[in-house]
Design a protein around this ligand. Structure first.
Ligand code: GSH
Length: 283
């Protein structure tokens, strides 16, 4: 039986907290002065290749794939494990100190966009692509985009944190968040029954957002948890995830700003399509 009794007032214990204990703090703001680099393209992305980060690089690569050259971008690495998200330059464009952040320079005054859902919605609307035009279909797409934004914190911050990152493993939070993660997988698996894509049989930003978390999870790419969660039992998600994984833009987008995994399939920074040319991304 755990003897912990919360004190009257919580105090910050710097050493207690697992993988991110050295960088997370109970307040906001910058820890050091540093300007952000700026490249030559219309979009400047400050990010890391996490599931939230790759939503944006996948969409930018999809836009480029369809011939929209105005979606050219520089992707700068913000290494969150090293605390780069607390630089003065980063906090100026996102007071919440979380990647990804996109800056649209193609405007009288640059537009800062944070929250991955807001970024991909902005891009889809700006280029009128990967989002349905008519309100009923668009609403269906946004339902699922917001579903992902609201659901994944239970998967990442809940399940992923306690199952994979926490120093000590506790049954209570792992049970609670595994239950919720499996419930979400079941919702998605049922939704994808007899469907090619998340909304209206049309590949959209909802697919990109959901694939980055739940697609990768079911393909065994997150938290070393495939067996524990029995991801193979979610057959409709698996088929959909495989299909999306084979798209050339997804193959490029998912490796941008990556700092972990196979070293041969990582692009630290992306400044042009040539950055991928030495890689065989067909396998
Ligand atoms: N809801 C936000 C979440 C962003 C987020 O949590 N980013 C993580 C990486 S995936 C981060 O920057 N973590 C750094 C930190 O917590 O200090 C979004 O979708 O953009």
């Amino acid at each position: 039986m755990n003897k912990y009794k919360p004190p009257k007032i919580w105090t910050w214990d710097k050493e207690n907290g697992g993988k991110f204990s050295k960088i997370n703090r109970p307040f906001s703001g910058s820890t050091h002065q540093k300007k952000l680099p700026v490249g030559k393209h219309p979009f400047q992305l400050y990010s890391q290749g996490t599931p939230n980060g790759i939503k944006v690089t996948i969409l930018l690569e999809e836009l480029l794939e369809t011939g929209i050259d105005d979606a050219e971008y520089d992707a700068w690495l913000v290494e969150i494990g090293k605390g780069d998200q607390f630089s003065s330059g980063f906090v100026e464009i996102n007071p919440n100190s979380k990647i990804p952040v996109l800056v649209d320079m193609d405007n009288e005054k640059p537009i800062n966009i944070f929250e991955s859902g807001s970024i991909i919605l902005y891009l889809a609307e700006k280029f009128n692509a990967f989002i349905p035009e008519k309100l009923p279909e668009k609403t269906e797409c946004l339902n699922w985009l917001f579903w992902q934004m609201a659901s994944s914190p239970y998967l990442g911050g809940g399940f992923g944190h306690f199952y994979a990152y926490a120093n000590e493993k506790y049954e209570y939070p792992i049970d609670r968040y595994t239950m919720e993660t499996k419930r979400q997988l079941d919702v998605l698996n049922k939704h994808l029954f007899n469907k090619s894509y998340i909304c209206n049989d049309e590949y959209s930003i909802a697919d990109i957002a959901i694939w980055s978390w739940y697609g990768q999870l079911v393909l065994g790419k997150l938290y070393n948890s495939a067996e524990f969660l029995e991801v193979n039992s979610y057959k409709n998600i698996y088929d959909w995830a495989k299909k999306i994984n084979s798209r050339p833009a997804v193959r490029r987008g998912k490796i941008v700003n990556k700092v972990s995994g196979n070293e041969n399939f990582r692009i630290k920074e992306r400044h042009s399509k040539e950055d991928f040319s030495h890689l065989n991304l067909n396998g």
